[in-house]
Every structure is written in C-alpha cells, then in structure tokens.
Design a protein around this ligand. Sequence first.
Ligand SMILES: [Zn+2]
Length: 542
Amino acid sequence: MRQILALAAVLAVAPLGAQQAAFHVSNYDLTLDLPETGKTIEGRAELTVVRTARADTLVLDLLDLAVKRVWLVGKPAGFTQDDAHVRVFVGGVRADTLRVALEYAGAVTDGLIVGTDGAGRWMAFGDNWPNRARHWIPSIDHPRDKATVTWSVRAPSDRKVVANGTLLEETTIPLAPDPDGSFGRGVQRTLTRWRESHPIPVYLMTIAAAPLVRYDLGKSACGFARDGGCVSQMVYVAPEQRPSMPGDFRYAGDIVDFFSHLVAPFPYEKLAHLQSSTRFGGMENASAIFYADGGFRKGGTNASTIAHETAHQWFGDAVTEREWSHLWLSEGFATYFEELWTRHAFGDSAFQREMAGTRVELLRDPVVAARPVIDSTQTELMQLLDANSYQKGGWTLHMLRSLVGDSAFFRGIRDYYAAHLDGNASTDDLMAAVEGRAGMKLGWFFDQWLRRPGYASLTTNWKYDAASHRVVLEVEQGPRFAAYRFPLLIDVTDASGVVHRVRVEIGAERSTRVTIPLALAAAPRSLAFDPAVELLAEFHLR
Ligand SMILES: [Zn+2]
C-alpha cells in the first residue's frame, strides 16, 4: 500500500479468537448482485472450511449485512448473528472439511466502497485493508487465513467488473420479461466471473464494478510467469482518462520482468492496474492493483507507486505477514524493492539519492525514535502504516544486504519466498533464510534494527599518527538510543587527492577506537563516512 490520503478511520486490532483459530477457510465462492444505484447488495458466500482443532461453533466475521439463511453441507442450518459475527453450529458434522453457505443482504457501509465517480456514474470498489472485508464478505478476516476465491458478480452491463485471478466468463443475462410480457425495458445485466486459484488473505480479495475501459499493456516476464508463460498486464481506466494511457504504466512490463528475475516467477494469473476509489494512494490487491483516482487525474500514477504495488505481489500478497506486528515484511519489502527497481531503471546515483532522502525522513520521525518496527503493543492497525513499517523496514533490508553481500542477501530472500509462497511468514523466518545463506548468526542485527526504537547517532573524531602512518578513528554513540554494531565504510582522501575506500567494524559500544587499515605517508585531507549511503545513522563531527 502507498501513502494514506486520509487517516480518518481508526481500526482496532481484532485478534484471531480461539474459536476462529480452530477453523481455516480454504476457498470462498462469492456471488454478488450489485444494484444500479444505491448501496444495497445481495450476496451468497459458499465457504470450504477446514476444522483444525476441536470446535463446535464456526465463527465468521461479518458486519452490517444481515444473514438470511445458512446451509451446512447442503442442508439448512441454524445460526446466530450479532453485530460482529455469525455463528454456525457445526458440532453435528463429523467431517473435518465442511461446506457452509450463507445468503445475506444489506446496505454496505465500508469495505465495498459504493458511490459515484466524477461524472456521476455509479461504481463500486473493494477496499479491505486491514480488516474491512468483514463489512461485505462473511470471512475469517485475518492475514493468517489465506484462501482461493471465485467471484461471480451480476451487475449492470455498462459497468466493467474486474477481480482477482483469471476471467472465467462475461455473460449477458437474458432480460426477464416485464409484467406486461414485453422485453427490453429493464436494465441489461452481465454475469462476470473471476477465479483466483492461489490462496490470498481476505484483505486482498476484491472487485471493481465501474465504467472502466481496458488498455492493454501486453506481455512481459516470458518464461517467468508461474505457469512458465508470460505475464499479461492491463490498465482499467475511466473512459475519459484513456487518452493519457499508458503514462508511467509504460514501465509496468519492465517492473514485472525485473522482480520475476530477481525473486521468483510472478505469483498470479495476470496483473491488472485499476483507477479506483481506494482510500490509499495504491492498494496491492492480488493481481488487481487499485490506485487512487486522484493520481490518475493529476498527471497519472507514477512509476515508483507502480513498482511499490507490484513488489507487493511477491511480498505481502504471495508471502503474507503472519501477524500485523510484522507488517514491515510487506511494506518494508515493497519500499525497498521499489528502490531496487529505481536502481535498475535509473542507476545507482538515483538509488542513493532515494535512500538518502528516506533516511532524512526517518531521522526526524518521532515514531522511529519512540517505537520499534516490530510493534506488538500497537493495537491501532492504521497506526502501523508509519515510517517504521515502510522506510525503516526498507532501510533494514538495505543494511542487511550491505552486511551479508548481494549473493547471500538475494539467495536468502529467494529461499524465504519459496518456503512461504502462498502462505505466511514472520521475521524469524526471514532471518533463518538469510542466516542459511550468509553463514552467520543475525539475531543481533534483527534485534537492534527491528526490536528497539531509534537509529545510530554517531560522533566521529580522527587523528593521523605520523609514527605508524595510520589514521586512528574514534566513534562515540550518543545516549539517546542503545549502541549499534555495524560495518562502516569510509572514503579516505589522501594528501595527493586520491580516494581510498576502507571498511571498519564498529561494535555495540558507547565508544569505539579503531585504526584504519591504510598506510598513509602523510595526514589525509579528509574522511567521508558512509559514502555509499548504507547506514541508518546521523553523523556529528567533532
Ligand atoms: Zn505498500
């Protein structure tokens, strides 16, 4: 997800209750009838539910909409509904895999955002992050519970329906006769069906139903789609925006190509980019990225947002954080892989400029100074969308790459991805994968950068020792945060103007004195610290 436009809603963490933890939904078949105007929808949800522990009551999240009927393994079943949950008694069924169907209806207030576009046309867009799917999908609404999904949406034929996965059908529904027996006065409706055959969390399940037109971006990453073929991409835009296509979507092919080669084949069936009414700048719905309408209308969505949301298809979508407190595994990865694409497309100096820019933001962000990245005490999910999850998470990956080197870093990331594809992961899973390739223990690194607040605050002082022809460096770490351990790159400019790049190890001590491993005939002109922008630190010179 990309920068929040409005932080109006405050949503509390809904922990997965013990009863819910006893069940796992493996598939959703969701059928929706959408209106021509207004917000009232009718739905039928057929869930394949796996019982993973002893439990008699299936508890599903559902807000606002009223359940009319429930079927359990094909038979009408009793249920209760309160303002947050639907409870279905399943104690009478012995099998551990159950089919549960719910028929429900009502006016949607959130999750499925229904309104009109700038031209007054009715439209609807799903916008579920973090826990708003439960406003319109009876579900186990937690990132840990991933499932496949089939969408069957009946909507007026002048609205294009786009959803996750592969398009199965788009069929015009025969008009029912009017009461006088004549045809042709009703609104023509179309049934559109999409199928996502890889498990995704409920917060990424989405539909769009809006007056959109398709702009084809062609195929890329050939041989690097999940089935070995190519990845098809397209943009769905409001008709009046079509002349401005492709804009920065001209980079979309290269972006998918780059990540597919760097990480793993593209995880889904296609990749659609949609002009939408998401409250976020961009939202990484699996295989159907939604971008804010405003971005399209003000000169087009930019390449870095496209790269960010596309990187999420691997990180966040295909491999999902097991708990919200590990959100950096989604946002930090998308932030850093967006920067890696910038480096690939625009070069190392553009990349370093971006990293230096995000470091400036980090160093002055009060959240970074006050709270750790893995923040299990934060119960307001929207508050997790901060500089810790994004920029500091991205910077942690950057420092990890500098520490272990490109080869171990990317092999470790690929191992991590392969081990958790279509599933969930925690920070320790990532650490174990990189440790396996780097051949070193990394607990100290993950602890200092992710489990405590702050950044390195360094005061440096050096002097040239003529007797030994060496420079002696002192590094003091200020009292604001605990001391950090890190490698420090230094560019030493000697008396004749030649630059020597050296690396020294700084320990997690308040004060470190180190001799720079470089023989110099005379005092150097200058020392430049961290010239490659690899350390999350502020430097003070003494
Ligand atoms: Zn993001």
